[in-house]
Design a protein around this ligand. Structure first.
Ligand code: C5P
Length: 402
């Protein structure tokens, strides 16, 4: 990707084990065309050497606020003005606390106070530190002031714990950073999209599923990326390559899809549910492959799956929420019913009784139903339709329609 050509990124590194990933991040930012200046806190230099970062960025590393030699070169105010973006990765709990309270007790916090460029943090810390009430307060307060948070991710941590607090991978950070520069209809918006079918296991080798190809959801993800959004695609099993510049989380069951959808939902601006989620799953999953018996009829006991889009729409700070309705008759009235019942802002309905559109085809024709209007979109390729839908969704979200 050369999407950062001529962009001037000030990369701040604070003290945490994830600092070693900042080396790779610098390489990726440079590879994408950015000019990178690095500022390290004293704690960061305990984890990775300034020499490494200097070699990778191709610029001297800035370490101290009160360094006459450095100030004679590019002083801190000059550096703050130089930056098109201040990206801090990893951002430690301590740094977030200091930044939120407006301190300027080292070079990096001072730069954050002095810059007019957007500030982006990739938090990285132990899961208990991330969950700590004060850290959560600081994160929310920074976001309220317009600071953008990338992650943190969930998973295994250097200390042996598992949970939220891992720094996102350098590639994710680089791509999300590039997306923030894209000036599109959805510039800087976080969009979550569910796509494809779910698989509900019966035993280790069998499952209940459906024919959804995921094509519509994947086309929407690409269109949203093109419009400048930071996209998280939560996908059931499909045979489609991951769209570039988007974060894809692969899941199997409806319950997995719900869990992935709710992860970081408070950072989501627009949620688009295009997945064909299985309505029911087996009550229990057999531990071993079920054997054929003598009986002619076999009964399966199923239990209702959670409704993912309705759960998202029931969140306190719900994102702008868009659902799909695949119907075989009375398309608009069923769609209107779902819009109300699931507390959605918009629903995209299609008539799956037609063989030329829908599930596995490359084309689709839909009706967009909101609380204000019903709009038919003509038959077109799923890619063209996706761009049109993203335009409609972006405009409605901006207007605050529901
Ligand atoms: O109720 P129905 O399945 O027709 O609603 C379709 C819409 O609801 C789609 O947007 C689909 O992705 C979403 N859905 C969901 N979770 C379910 C069932 C449907 O998110 N368990």
């Amino acid at each position: 990707m050369q999407r950062l050509t001529n962009r001037q990124i000030l990369l701040g590194i604070t003290g945490g084990i994830a600092a070693y990933k900042s080396a790779e991040l610098t390489r990726l930012l440079k590879g994408a065309g950015a000019d990178v200046q690095i500022v390290m806190t004293p704690a960061a230099t305990e984890f990775i050497t300034p020499l490494t970062m200097q070699a990778l960025s191709g610029n001297p590393v800035h370490l101290h606020l009160l360094d006459p030699e450095a100030e004679a070169g590019m002083g801190h105010i000059e550096l703050a003005k130089w930056a098109d973006m201040v990206l801090i990765a990893p951002a430690s709990a301590d740094f977030m606390a200091r930044m939120d309270s407006g301190q300027g007790n080292d070079l990096l916090t001072t730069l954050c106070l002095a810059t007019e460029a957007p500030i982006v943090l990739a938090p990285a810390m132990n899961q208990a530190m991330w969950r700590d009430q004060q850290t959560q307060k600081n994160a929310a307060s920074l976001q309220a002031k317009g600071v953008r948070l990338l992650g943190p991710g969930v998973g295994e941590q250097a200390c042996g714990d598992t949970g939220p607090g891992r720094m996102l991978e350098p590639l994710d950070i680089a791509e999300q950073t590039a997306a923030l520069f894209d000036r599109g209809l959805l510039s800087g918006k976080q969009v979550f999209i569910t796509a494809g079918p779910t698989r509900e296991a019966l035993d280790p080798v069998r499952y209940i599923s459906n024919h959804s190809s995921g094509k519509m959801g994947y086309a929407l993800a690409e269109a949203a990326v093109d419009a400048g959004a930071l996209v998280t695609l939560i996908s059931g099993p499909v045979n489609l390559p991951a769209p570039t510049r988007c974060k894809r989380i692969m899941v199997q069951s409806a319950e997995d899809m719900l869990e992935a959808s709710l992860q970081n939902i408070d950072q989501c601006d627009i949620f688009i549910a295009s997945a064909a989620v299985a309505d029911y799953r087996p009550v229990s999953v057999a531990e071993h492959k079920m054997k054929k018996g003598n009986e002619e009829i076999m009964e399966l006991h199923l239990v209702k799956n959670p409704d993912i889009v309705a759960t998202v729409a029931a969140q306190q700070n719900k994102p702008y929420t868009v659902g799909f309705a695949a119907e075989t008759r009375d398309v608009v009235s069923y769609a209107q019913g779902k819009l109300e019942r699931k507390n959605l802002d918009l629903i995209i309905a299609n008539d799956v009784s037609r063989s030329d559109i829908g599930f596995n085809s490359d084309d689709n024709a839909v009706t967009v139903v909101s609380h204000q209007e019903v709009k038919q979109l003509p038959l077109s390729s799923k890619r063209q339709l996706a761009s049109k839908l993203i335009e409609i969704i972006a405009a409605a979200e901006q207007k605050g329609d529901n």
